[in-house]
Design a protein around this ligand. Sequence first.
Ligand code: AMP
Length: 183
Amino acid sequence: MGRRALILGPPGAGKGTQAAMLCKAIGIPHMSTGEMLRDHVSRGTDLGARAKVIMEAGDLVPDDIVIAMVKERLTAEDARCGFLLDGFPRTAPQAEALDREVADQPLEVVINLEVDEEELVGRMLARGRADDTEETVRNRFVVYRRQTEPLIEHYEKQGLIRTVDGLGTIEEVFGRICTALAS
Ligand code: AMP
């Protein structure tokens, strides 16, 4: 399978869990912008203080901030053998910045994890993260549909999309991802 990959999907679809499993299985670094931002929040950095309010509302952190974070992460030694981006890109400018950044070694595959919204809202409220109040969760969906979903077409045009049904147990979904990547 491609070792330069990203995973797209609505909030709560299980991207983080699946991405971590996949990275462990194939030995590539897992790059989650949500995790990077949560790390800033817990370390109490200036960026963390700015991001916290935005994340609690379910809005997106400004493009320039996340783009700079990902660019820096992609220059690290371990990214040379590949990477799986999780939660990035979320907007058209982020996708365009990423295209430019990886121009000499383009992405090879985009996993599109599909799950029905009502199922997801229930799951997210059950997982009880601090930024998972019902209002925040609903807003994350509005933001997803408006800003991130159009990226499926962006990558469809590049012939990179592999759509996977995200409904089922963690193992079932992981199995589907592996099958989709092998094809
Ligand atoms: P996640 O863990 O991917 O669900 O991300 C949690 C939160 O971090 C999101 O709801 C956003 O507020 C913020 N975030 C993560 N990735 C990005 C991104 N690529 N662009 C803007 N905000 C992001």
